[in-house]
Write a protein that binds this ligand. Structure first.
Ligand code: NAG
Ligand code: NAG
Length: 402
């Protein structure tokens, strides 16, 4: 009996103990589950908060982007309005300029500078009285045309320095380039086409001249290249170099004040040569105190000066000039380059009257011409504008009284 009792008691004991143990385990597990639930809850909350924050951020970002793009389009609109306004102001300026500028700038050739020419002038006065226009006209110029406009523009190339000049020999079609503002050679190209295909100034044939040239004031006329040379003393010479080769060059000192440049805006040009159907011309400054551009007709063979005129076109703000049919067209600009325009015209024959003198605007480029060379055969100007080689085709009309 006793061992049975002992067994029973011990079994009961073992049961109780096991129960106790399981209960403990259950409690423990329950606590763990609770803790996990808590953490899950916390985590859930955090996720929710992050999500909300993310959404807020997204909203803010899209708002900012919207505002930015609104500002951007407002800016664009403002810019466009400003551009329209600038265009309008520019148009108005052009109109005002056209109205106020001295169109009445065609100068009468009544002031002959050279002493010997006074007699000519006087006998001419008598002819005038007789009304003998034809004879008067044929004495200096046989040509009857005046520029009426710039028909077209061709920007050929950009080579060489910012300043320089180029011109085409009307006889041979060869093109000569004076690169920069001084040098001892020029570059020769077979044609305008040849130049436009070249890689640069130096791909032309280098023609070494008998002396240095000063300023982009050269010209090609009747088979010779003419250029300006300034001595260290300031004296200005015109040099003739025959293109057929040969060393026979002529040099003549001209009565030019080398300390004053002929064009106010191009101080590197002491004097400028121009060739037209009539012959060879020299544009120069009479002296530092002398405000106007002077004109001389030169004998292309001997380089003698045949006649001189005061064009009464101011040197100030002039950038270039050219001669067509015995009429000088002076091109003006501003120091901060804007639009080049012909604003003063001088006719050696007095035929171009103020009313028909054209006010010519060059196409809007906002550059500055270092030189403009007229080619009478093609009726074109060869311009050097801030390193660009530009051709302007001109349209002509007959002079009124011719
Ligand atoms: C052309 O002239 C510019 C400016 O004077 C100079 O820098 C350049 O070297 C010249 N080019 C040649 C080929 O002489
Ligand atoms: C052109 O040059 C030749 C000599 O090369 C000369 O005989 C002729 O008279 C010149 N013509 C003019 C218009 O100067």
């Amino acid at each position: 009996m006793k061992p049975v009792l002992v067994l029973l008691v011990s079994t009961a004991w073992a049961f109780a103990e096991a129960q106790y143990y399981y209960q403990g385990l259950m409690e423990y597990l329950e606590n763990r589950i609770l803790a996990i639930e808590d953490r899950m809850h916390l985590w859930h909350e955090e996720t929710h908060r992050s999500l909300t924050e993310l959404q807020d951020l997204k909203k803010q970002t899209s708002e900012t982007v919207d505002a930015l793009s609104r500002e951007h389009s407002a800016l664009l609109k403002g810019l466009e309005e400003a551009r329209v306004r600038v265009d309008r102001v520019e148009g108005e300026m052009d109109r005002v300029e056209a109205r106020t500028q001295p169109r009445a700038c065609a100068r009468k050739a009544d002031k002959v500078v050279e002493q010997g020419s006074w007699e000519l002038e006087q006998s001419r006065g008598m002819e005038d009285e007789k009304g003998d226009w034809e004879e008067l006209h044929s004495r200096v110029s046989d040509c009857v045309e005046i520029i009426s406009g710039i028909r077209s523009v061709k920007i050929l190339k950009r080579l060489g320095g910012a300043k320089g000049m180029w011109t085409r020999d009307p006889r041979s079609s060869k093109v000569f380039v004076f690169n920069g503002t001084t040098g001892d050679s020029v570059f020769q190209f077979k044609s305008v086409h040849d130049l436009s295909r070249s890689d640069g100034v130096s791909s032309g044939r280098r023609v070494r001249l008998p002396s240095d040239w000063t300023g982009p004031g050269g010209a090609v006329y009747n088979g010779s290249l003419y250029y300006i040379k300034q001595e260290a003393s300031g004296a200005v010479e015109v040099v003739r170099y025959p293109l057929s080769g040969g060393s026979l060059t002529d040099t003549a000192i001209v009565p030019v004040d080398g300390r004053a440049a002929v064009y106010g805006l191009n101080p590197e040009t002491p004097a400028d040569l121009a060739a037209d159907d009539e012959g060879l011309w020299l544009l120069y400054a009479g002296g530092g105190a002398e405000p106007n551009i002077n004109l001389a007709k030169m004998d292309p063979g001997t380089l003698d000066i045949e006649q001189m005129w005061d064009t009464r076109c101011p040197r100030e703000n002039a950038e270039a000039a050219f001669v067509v049919c015995g009429t000088v067209y002076v091109v003006y600009n501003t120091r901060a380059a804007s639009r080049s325009r012909v604003q003063c015209v001088f006719d050696v024959n007095d035929v171009v009257v103020a009313e028909e003198a054209p006010l010519l605007y060059f196409p809007r480029r906002y550059g500055a011409h270092a030189s403009l060379k007229y080619n009478p055969e093609e009726r074109q100007l060869y311009g050097w504008d801030d390193g660009y080689q530009i051709m302007y085709r001109l349209s002509m009309k007959r002079k009124l009284l011719a």
